[in-house]
Write a protein that binds this ligand. Structure first.
Ligand code: NAI
Ligand code: A1CAB
Length: 281
Protein backbone atom coordinates (compact mmCIF):
# COMPACT_ATOMS: atom_id res chain seq x y z
CA UNK A 1 0.00 0.00 0.00
CA UNK A 2 3.12 2.27 -0.04
CA UNK A 3 2.27 3.77 -3.41
CA UNK A 4 -1.44 4.07 -2.58
CA UNK A 5 -3.06 7.36 -3.62
CA UNK A 6 -3.99 9.72 -0.81
CA UNK A 7 -7.61 9.40 0.24
CA UNK A 8 -9.38 12.27 1.98
CA UNK A 9 -12.46 11.59 4.08
CA UNK A 10 -14.68 13.82 6.19
CA UNK A 11 -15.19 13.48 9.95
CA UNK A 12 -16.31 9.93 10.69
CA UNK A 13 -18.15 8.53 13.71
CA UNK A 14 -17.82 4.76 14.15
CA UNK A 15 -20.51 3.52 16.51
CA UNK A 16 -19.43 0.10 17.81
CA UNK A 17 -15.83 -1.07 17.91
CA UNK A 18 -16.21 -4.85 17.84
CA UNK A 19 -14.73 -7.20 15.21
CA UNK A 20 -16.18 -5.31 12.25
CA UNK A 21 -15.84 -1.76 13.57
CA UNK A 22 -12.17 -2.30 14.32
CA UNK A 23 -11.57 -4.05 10.99
CA UNK A 24 -12.91 -0.97 9.15
CA UNK A 25 -10.94 1.30 11.46
CA UNK A 26 -7.72 -0.43 10.37
CA UNK A 27 -8.31 0.92 6.85
CA UNK A 28 -9.07 4.42 8.10
CA UNK A 29 -5.77 4.43 9.98
CA UNK A 30 -3.64 3.56 6.93
CA UNK A 31 -0.98 6.23 6.27
CA UNK A 32 -2.48 7.32 2.94
CA UNK A 33 -5.97 7.83 4.42
CA UNK A 34 -6.69 11.25 5.87
CA UNK A 35 -9.99 11.59 7.71
CA UNK A 36 -10.84 15.04 9.04
CA UNK A 37 -11.55 13.31 12.34
CA UNK A 38 -12.38 9.85 13.67
CA UNK A 39 -14.64 9.31 16.67
CA UNK A 40 -15.18 5.76 17.93
CA UNK A 41 -17.74 4.63 20.48
CA UNK A 42 -18.09 1.31 22.21
CA UNK A 43 -20.11 -0.01 25.09
CA UNK A 44 -17.18 -1.19 27.22
CA UNK A 45 -14.55 1.15 28.53
CA UNK A 46 -11.87 -1.54 28.16
CA UNK A 47 -12.25 -1.71 24.36
CA UNK A 48 -12.44 2.08 24.06
CA UNK A 49 -9.27 2.34 26.17
CA UNK A 50 -7.43 -0.04 23.77
CA UNK A 51 -8.04 2.50 21.00
CA UNK A 52 -7.62 5.66 23.00
CA UNK A 53 -3.88 6.02 22.31
CA UNK A 54 -4.40 5.85 18.54
CA UNK A 55 -3.40 9.18 16.97
CA UNK A 56 -6.30 11.01 15.36
CA UNK A 57 -8.93 8.87 17.08
CA UNK A 58 -11.23 10.11 19.85
CA UNK A 59 -12.88 7.30 21.78
CA UNK A 60 -15.96 7.27 23.97
CA UNK A 61 -17.39 4.41 26.07
CA UNK A 62 -21.15 4.39 26.50
CA UNK A 63 -20.89 2.65 29.89
CA UNK A 64 -18.96 5.70 31.17
CA UNK A 65 -20.57 8.46 29.06
CA UNK A 66 -24.23 7.69 28.39
CA UNK A 67 -24.33 10.38 25.66
CA UNK A 68 -21.21 8.99 23.92
CA UNK A 69 -22.98 8.21 20.63
CA UNK A 70 -24.62 11.63 20.46
CA UNK A 71 -21.27 13.33 21.16
CA UNK A 72 -19.54 11.23 18.50
CA UNK A 73 -22.03 11.98 15.71
CA UNK A 74 -22.27 15.70 16.46
CA UNK A 75 -20.47 17.35 13.51
CA UNK A 76 -19.63 14.03 11.79
CA UNK A 77 -20.52 13.83 8.08
CA UNK A 78 -20.26 10.04 7.90
CA UNK A 79 -21.68 7.83 10.65
CA UNK A 80 -20.87 4.11 10.56
CA UNK A 81 -23.27 1.89 12.50
CA UNK A 82 -21.35 -1.24 13.55
CA UNK A 83 -23.40 -2.57 16.47
CA UNK A 84 -25.39 -5.84 16.49
CA UNK A 85 -28.50 -5.80 14.27
CA UNK A 86 -30.83 -5.95 17.30
CA UNK A 87 -29.34 -2.68 18.61
CA UNK A 88 -29.58 -0.61 15.44
CA UNK A 89 -33.10 0.76 16.00
CA UNK A 90 -32.37 1.95 19.57
CA UNK A 91 -29.07 3.43 18.48
CA UNK A 92 -30.67 5.45 15.66
CA UNK A 93 -33.38 6.69 18.01
CA UNK A 94 -30.62 7.79 20.39
CA UNK A 95 -28.63 9.78 17.81
CA UNK A 96 -31.38 11.11 15.53
CA UNK A 97 -31.52 14.58 17.09
CA UNK A 98 -27.73 15.00 16.90
CA UNK A 99 -27.43 14.27 13.17
CA UNK A 100 -26.98 17.29 10.88
CA UNK A 101 -28.97 17.36 7.62
CA UNK A 102 -26.93 15.75 4.84
CA UNK A 103 -25.21 13.25 7.14
CA UNK A 104 -24.59 9.84 5.60
CA UNK A 105 -25.46 6.96 7.92
CA UNK A 106 -23.92 3.72 6.71
CA UNK A 107 -24.91 0.55 8.51
CA UNK A 108 -23.01 -2.72 8.29
CA UNK A 109 -25.65 -4.57 10.35
CA UNK A 110 -26.87 -7.80 8.77
CA UNK A 111 -30.51 -7.83 7.73
CA UNK A 112 -31.65 -4.38 8.90
CA UNK A 113 -33.04 -2.64 5.80
CA UNK A 114 -32.58 0.94 4.67
CA UNK A 115 -36.40 1.30 4.82
CA UNK A 116 -36.37 0.41 8.53
CA UNK A 117 -33.54 2.85 9.22
CA UNK A 118 -35.06 5.59 7.06
CA UNK A 119 -38.33 5.26 9.00
CA UNK A 120 -36.41 6.30 12.14
CA UNK A 121 -34.52 9.23 10.55
CA UNK A 122 -35.46 12.45 8.75
CA UNK A 123 -35.46 12.49 4.93
CA UNK A 124 -32.40 14.77 4.99
CA UNK A 125 -30.26 11.82 6.13
CA UNK A 126 -28.80 9.53 3.48
CA UNK A 127 -28.90 5.90 4.62
CA UNK A 128 -26.60 3.38 2.97
CA UNK A 129 -26.10 -0.30 3.76
CA UNK A 130 -22.75 -2.00 3.48
CA UNK A 131 -21.72 -5.60 4.00
CA UNK A 132 -17.95 -5.88 4.47
CA UNK A 133 -15.98 -8.90 5.70
CA UNK A 134 -13.19 -9.35 8.23
CA UNK A 135 -10.26 -9.57 5.74
CA UNK A 136 -10.67 -5.77 5.95
CA UNK A 137 -8.03 -6.07 8.68
CA UNK A 138 -5.45 -6.90 5.99
CA UNK A 139 -6.90 -4.62 3.31
CA UNK A 140 -8.51 -7.57 1.49
CA UNK A 141 -12.20 -7.11 2.26
CA UNK A 142 -14.95 -7.54 -0.26
CA UNK A 143 -17.73 -5.10 0.62
CA UNK A 144 -21.19 -4.92 -0.90
CA UNK A 145 -22.86 -1.49 -0.81
CA UNK A 146 -26.48 -0.51 -1.51
CA UNK A 147 -28.07 2.93 -1.69
CA UNK A 148 -31.12 3.92 0.32
CA UNK A 149 -33.99 5.96 -1.11
CA UNK A 150 -32.47 9.37 -0.20
CA UNK A 151 -28.94 8.51 -1.32
CA UNK A 152 -27.33 10.79 -3.91
CA UNK A 153 -24.60 9.53 -6.26
CA UNK A 154 -21.97 11.51 -4.35
CA UNK A 155 -23.03 9.88 -1.05
CA UNK A 156 -22.59 6.40 -2.50
CA UNK A 157 -19.27 7.42 -4.06
CA UNK A 158 -18.05 8.52 -0.61
CA UNK A 159 -19.14 5.22 0.95
CA UNK A 160 -17.35 3.38 -1.85
CA UNK A 161 -14.18 5.39 -1.13
CA UNK A 162 -14.52 4.57 2.57
CA UNK A 163 -14.71 0.82 1.99
CA UNK A 164 -12.04 0.87 -0.71
CA UNK A 165 -9.64 1.75 2.12
CA UNK A 166 -10.08 -1.89 3.25
CA UNK A 167 -10.42 -3.72 -0.07
CA UNK A 168 -12.76 -4.18 -3.02
CA UNK A 169 -16.28 -2.76 -3.27
CA UNK A 170 -19.24 -4.17 -5.21
CA UNK A 171 -22.42 -2.13 -5.61
CA UNK A 172 -25.63 -4.18 -5.63
CA UNK A 173 -29.34 -3.38 -5.31
CA UNK A 174 -30.42 -3.75 -1.70
CA UNK A 175 -32.60 -6.72 -2.67
CA UNK A 176 -29.33 -8.65 -3.21
CA UNK A 177 -27.39 -7.46 -0.18
CA UNK A 178 -28.50 -10.21 2.21
CA UNK A 179 -27.63 -12.81 -0.43
CA UNK A 180 -24.22 -11.17 -0.85
CA UNK A 181 -23.80 -11.38 2.92
CA UNK A 182 -24.30 -15.17 2.83
CA UNK A 183 -21.42 -15.43 0.33
CA UNK A 184 -18.77 -12.84 1.18
CA UNK A 185 -19.93 -11.49 4.57
CA UNK A 186 -20.01 -14.95 6.14
CA UNK A 187 -17.57 -16.45 3.63
CA UNK A 188 -14.38 -16.06 5.66
CA UNK A 189 -15.98 -18.30 8.31
CA UNK A 190 -16.60 -21.03 5.71
CA UNK A 191 -12.98 -20.80 4.58
CA UNK A 192 -11.68 -20.97 8.15
CA UNK A 193 -13.91 -24.01 8.78
CA UNK A 194 -12.34 -25.80 5.79
CA UNK A 195 -8.89 -24.83 7.05
CA UNK A 196 -9.70 -26.18 10.52
CA UNK A 197 -10.92 -29.48 9.04
CA UNK A 198 -7.89 -29.99 6.77
CA UNK A 199 -5.56 -29.06 9.65
CA UNK A 200 -7.23 -31.69 11.83
CA UNK A 201 -6.71 -34.29 9.08
CA UNK A 202 -3.02 -33.31 8.90
CA UNK A 203 -2.54 -33.67 12.67
CA UNK A 204 -4.26 -37.07 12.53
CA UNK A 205 -1.65 -38.08 9.94
CA UNK A 206 1.13 -37.36 12.44
CA UNK A 207 2.16 -33.78 11.64
CA UNK A 208 2.71 -31.41 14.55
CA UNK A 209 0.14 -28.59 14.82
CA UNK A 210 2.84 -26.15 13.63
CA UNK A 211 3.69 -28.30 10.60
CA UNK A 212 -0.02 -28.80 9.88
CA UNK A 213 -0.59 -25.01 9.98
CA UNK A 214 2.34 -24.43 7.60
CA UNK A 215 1.04 -27.05 5.16
CA UNK A 216 -2.61 -25.98 5.25
CA UNK A 217 -2.32 -22.19 5.55
CA UNK A 218 0.35 -22.15 2.83
CA UNK A 219 -1.83 -24.27 0.58
CA UNK A 220 -4.88 -21.98 0.97
CA UNK A 221 -2.78 -18.86 0.40
CA UNK A 222 -0.93 -20.38 -2.55
CA UNK A 223 -4.11 -21.71 -4.18
CA UNK A 224 -5.87 -18.32 -3.72
CA UNK A 225 -2.97 -16.40 -5.24
CA UNK A 226 -2.72 -18.90 -8.09
CA UNK A 227 -6.43 -18.46 -8.79
CA UNK A 228 -6.42 -14.66 -8.83
CA UNK A 229 -3.26 -14.45 -10.94
CA UNK A 230 -4.42 -17.09 -13.44
CA UNK A 231 -6.70 -16.79 -16.48
CA UNK A 232 -8.10 -20.23 -15.71
CA UNK A 233 -11.20 -20.93 -13.70
CA UNK A 234 -11.02 -22.90 -10.43
CA UNK A 235 -12.37 -26.07 -12.06
CA UNK A 236 -9.46 -26.09 -14.56
CA UNK A 237 -6.93 -25.35 -11.81
CA UNK A 238 -8.41 -28.26 -9.82
CA UNK A 239 -8.10 -30.56 -12.86
CA UNK A 240 -4.41 -29.62 -13.12
CA UNK A 241 -3.85 -30.98 -9.59
CA UNK A 242 -5.90 -34.10 -10.25
CA UNK A 243 -3.65 -36.47 -12.20
CA UNK A 244 -5.65 -39.14 -14.02
CA UNK A 245 -5.89 -42.19 -11.79
CA UNK A 246 -3.69 -40.44 -9.24
CA UNK A 247 -4.06 -39.71 -5.53
CA UNK A 248 -6.08 -36.47 -5.70
CA UNK A 249 -8.70 -38.16 -7.86
CA UNK A 250 -9.46 -40.58 -5.01
CA UNK A 251 -9.76 -37.72 -2.49
CA UNK A 252 -12.02 -35.65 -4.78
CA UNK A 253 -14.27 -38.69 -5.30
CA UNK A 254 -14.82 -38.88 -1.53
CA UNK A 255 -15.53 -35.12 -1.32
CA UNK A 256 -17.90 -35.32 -4.31
CA UNK A 257 -19.95 -37.90 -2.38
CA UNK A 258 -20.68 -35.17 0.19
CA UNK A 259 -22.25 -33.01 -2.58
CA UNK A 260 -20.55 -29.77 -1.51
CA UNK A 261 -22.57 -27.55 -3.90
CA UNK A 262 -25.83 -28.75 -2.30
CA UNK A 263 -24.32 -28.30 1.16
CA UNK A 264 -23.29 -24.70 0.37
CA UNK A 265 -26.74 -23.98 -1.08
CA UNK A 266 -28.32 -25.18 2.18
CA UNK A 267 -25.81 -23.27 4.30
CA UNK A 268 -26.28 -19.99 2.43
CA UNK A 269 -30.08 -20.45 2.40
CA UNK A 270 -29.96 -20.83 6.20
CA UNK A 271 -27.91 -17.62 6.48
CA UNK A 272 -30.40 -15.82 4.21
CA UNK A 273 -33.31 -16.97 6.36
CA UNK A 274 -31.53 -15.62 9.43
CA UNK A 275 -30.97 -12.24 7.70
CA UNK A 276 -34.74 -12.06 7.14
CA UNK A 277 -35.35 -12.81 10.85
CA UNK A 278 -32.91 -10.03 11.79
CA UNK A 279 -34.72 -7.66 9.40
CA UNK A 280 -37.98 -8.36 11.21
CA UNK A 281 -36.34 -7.29 14.48
N1 NAI B 1 -18.13 -9.85 12.17
C1 NAI B 1 -18.28 -9.86 10.85
O1 NAI B 1 -17.61 -10.58 10.11
C2 NAI B 1 -19.30 -8.96 10.22
C3 NAI B 1 -20.21 -8.24 10.98
N2 NAI B 1 -21.11 -7.42 10.36
C4 NAI B 1 -22.06 -6.65 11.17
O2 NAI B 1 -21.30 -5.81 12.01
C5 NAI B 1 -22.04 -5.55 13.19
C6 NAI B 1 -21.14 -5.76 14.39
O3 NAI B 1 -20.73 -7.11 14.39
P1 NAI B 1 -19.42 -7.57 15.17
O4 NAI B 1 -18.39 -6.49 15.07
O5 NAI B 1 -19.13 -8.93 14.70
O6 NAI B 1 -20.01 -7.61 16.66
P2 NAI B 1 -19.26 -7.30 18.03
O7 NAI B 1 -20.15 -7.81 19.10
O8 NAI B 1 -17.85 -7.78 17.95
O9 NAI B 1 -19.25 -5.70 18.06
C7 NAI B 1 -20.34 -4.90 18.43
C8 NAI B 1 -19.75 -3.78 19.28
O10 NAI B 1 -20.77 -2.82 19.50
C9 NAI B 1 -20.58 -2.28 20.79
N3 NAI B 1 -21.84 -1.68 21.24
C10 NAI B 1 -22.95 -2.29 21.69
N4 NAI B 1 -23.89 -1.39 21.98
C11 NAI B 1 -23.37 -0.17 21.68
C12 NAI B 1 -23.87 1.15 21.74
N5 NAI B 1 -25.12 1.42 22.16
N6 NAI B 1 -23.07 2.14 21.34
C13 NAI B 1 -21.83 1.90 20.89
N7 NAI B 1 -21.29 0.67 20.82
C14 NAI B 1 -22.06 -0.36 21.20
C15 NAI B 1 -20.17 -3.47 21.63
O11 NAI B 1 -19.46 -3.01 22.77
C16 NAI B 1 -19.30 -4.26 20.65
O12 NAI B 1 -17.92 -3.99 20.79
C17 NAI B 1 -23.24 -6.49 13.21
O13 NAI B 1 -24.40 -5.73 12.95
C18 NAI B 1 -22.94 -7.47 12.10
O14 NAI B 1 -24.13 -7.88 11.43
C19 NAI B 1 -21.14 -7.23 9.02
C20 NAI B 1 -20.26 -7.89 8.22
C21 NAI B 1 -19.31 -8.87 8.73
O1 A1CAB C 1 -22.75 -13.50 11.23
C1 A1CAB C 1 -23.22 -12.37 11.05
O2 A1CAB C 1 -24.41 -12.12 11.36
C2 A1CAB C 1 -22.37 -11.29 10.43
C3 A1CAB C 1 -22.90 -10.85 9.11
C4 A1CAB C 1 -21.98 -11.45 8.08
C5 A1CAB C 1 -20.86 -11.92 8.86
N1 A1CAB C 1 -21.05 -11.79 10.13
Amino acid sequence: MDDAQNVNLPTIAMLGAGSMGRAILSGLLAPHVHAAGIRVTNRSEARAAELSGTPGVTTYATEKKPDANRLAVDGAQLVIVAVKPAMVRDLLAEIVDSLAPGTIVVSVAAGVTTATMESLLPDTISVVRAMPNTPAVVGKAVTGISAGSHTEEDDLALVRTLFETVGEVVEVPESQLDALSTISGSGPAYVFLLIEALTQAAVEKGFTPEQAATLVNGTFLGASELLVSSDEDPAELRRRVTSPNGTTERAIAVLADADLPALFTRATDAALARARELAAG
